[in-house]
Design a protein around this ligand. Structure first.
Ligand SMILES: *Cc1c(COP(=O)(O)O)cnc(C)c1O
Length: 366
């Protein structure tokens, strides 16, 4: 051997493909490919971020005391049991790093979040894929995939890229069916977008069960994707293990300041939630009107809609046509969805523009 050899499980990783922000010919157009907040971020968070410029030479507080205290007060949690990371992506990696390794199995659904597979492979564990039912998480399929080697089950709820939501009863049934030595990770990146007051009971499980980790993020509803602040909640021994492998300074002073301020701006969050609910419903209705052309929207509880193309107009042609029209959405052939586009709910104008472009393509292809 003439050069350092990466571990074979590292070379088995298909690199994460982020949402694009420019077209093939380099034009910057409306980005509806990463589920960011189309309304921006809270002005209070922006002001807090700017004021942090005075302490650039300082290391951040490694124990993130203020962030944990504010989160605990807001959600009624024990601050000692909050883990935090460089986006919730890091928290997901910490879970895999602390609880899985070579020879172990990590379960997630087929149409699931790409980071789970990367996190599993990174530590040499074997990814195990549970089939979905109508694009939604199938608890029975997950339970059927469990073996003696299973160490972690990752479930995003609502799920990305499908937008589907597993009810509180389904999550309770999943948890009840898992051995206590299996860590159930409930990824709540989109929990704030669920209709009404519904929630899946994950946080209550994390508070009481020894084997449930809930992860949350400031990247979506709070509009702070740039600043990479995520967190998680679980039983103390789970959190303690994850702290051992956490980078000491993975969240920044400015990001933390913005996150704390964002938590206090309930008006911005309510405005975002109402906007998303209104335009998600409108968007799904408009797709339903294109149903005879073979378009179908998977029911979504998130800030995006997965549109399936089952007629003459294909997802690939629609993806390119939308790019031409000035909208970048997510086409996911690498995730088993060559027939689907995941489209972030944008501003009112963006939603209208996407539907107008889609309708024009349908008319042309019919
Ligand atoms: C966006 C997203 C995350 C969070 O990403 P971070 O920016 O790293 O907090 C986590 N899980 C899912 C399913 C997501 O879609």
């Amino acid at each position: 051997m003439t050069a350092p050899q990466p571990k074979p499980w590292i070379m088995a990783i298909a690199p994460y493909v982020p949402g694009r922000s420019t077209t093939d010919d380099g034009r910057k157009v409306a980005k509806l490919s990463s589920n960011e907040n189309p309304l921006g971020t809270s002005p209070k968070a922006r002001a807090a971020f700017e004021s942090a410029a005075g302490t650039l030479e300082r290391y951040p507080d490694a124990s993130a005391n203020e962030l944990r205290e504010v989160l605990a007060a807001k959600h009624g949690l024990d601050p000692a049991r909050i883990i935090y990371g460089n986006g919730s992506d890091e928290v997901l990696h910490l879970a895999a790093g602390a609880f899985a390794g070579p020879g172990d199995e990590v379960i997630f659904v087929h149409y699931g979040f790409a980071v789970y597979e990367i996190a599993a492979r990174r530590v040499g564990a074997t990814p195990v894929i549970a089939p979905d039912k109508d694009y939604a998480t199938d608890v029975d399929a997950i339970l059927a995939a469990v073996t003696e080697r299973t160490r972690i089950v990752f479930v995003a709820n609502p799920n990305n890229p499908t937008g589907t939501y597993a009810s509180r009863d389904e999550i309770a049934r999943l948890h009840a069916g898992l051995r206590p030595d299996i860590l159930l990770v409930l990824d709540h990146a989109y929990a704030e977008y669920i209709e009404g007051d519904a929630e899946d009971g994950g946080m209550a499980l994390a508070a009481t069960a020894p084997n449930v980790l809930v992860t949350r993020t400031f990247s979506k509803m709070y509009g702070l994707a740039a600043e990479r602040i995520g967190w998680g909640y679980a039983a103390a021994p789970i959190i303690e293990a994850m702290h051992r492998i956490r980078l000491p300074f993975s969240i920044t002073i400015a990001g933390t300041a913005a996150a704390v301020a964002a938590l206090g701006d309930t008006g911005f969050v309510e405005h975002t939630r109402a906007h998303n609910a209104e335009w998600r419903a409108w968007f799904a209705d408009e797709i339903a009107r294109l149903g005879n052309a073979g378009l179908r929207a998977v029911p979504s509880q998130a800030n995006f809609v997965l549109v399936l193309f089952e007629g003459a107009l294909t997802a690939e042609v629609a993806y390119k046509g939308l790019m031409e029209a000035g909208y970048i959405v997510r086409w996911l052939p690498g995730q088993g969805l060559p027939h689907g586009l995941r489209i972030t709910i944008g501003t009112a104008d963006e939603c209208r523009g996407v539907i107008a472009a889609m309708r024009a393509m349908v008319e042309k292809s019919g």
